[in-house]
Design a protein. Structure first.
Length: 118
């Protein structure tokens, strides 16, 4: 089951902030932030509606964007949730909560980075 765990082994709601990689253009990072906010809301909506196929679609989209940005660890978290959804396995609500918190934190990191002067 996917979940973000701290070094102490406890499930955390918000992972620590890490520097934003600048291996892709600011324009691509901006698109990630803009679409990420919408996708994160769509994940929340899909969960509230119990719509597993839409949840799978949005988690998959996030995974692809994260891979493109070089965000390997977070992409792997998305991949674990995606596998459970594809296999029609029950997805741990705590794992989804942790994923949403981690995605929000990373979007916030990118947003702050884009606001910094170059």
């Amino acid at each position: 089951m996917a979940r973000w765990e701290s070094s102490s082994g406890k499930v955390e709601r918000t992972p620590p902030t890490q520097p934003v990689p600048r291996t892709v253009s600011a324009a691509i990072r901006r698109i990630f932030v803009d679409t990420g906010d919408k996708d994160l809301q769509s994940i929340a909506d899909a969960r509230a509606q119990g719509n597993a196929s839409y949840l799978l679609e949005r988690v998959h989209a996030f995974k692809g964007a994260l891979q493109m940005l070089g965000e390997r660890s977070l992409a792997e978290q998305c991949g674990a949730i995606e596998r459970d959804l594809r296999d029609a396995m029950p997805v741990d609500e705590e794992a989804l909560d942790a994923l949403q918190a981690a995605l929000q934190a990373r979007l916030d990191d990118y947003r702050r980075d884009l606001e910094q002067p170059s």
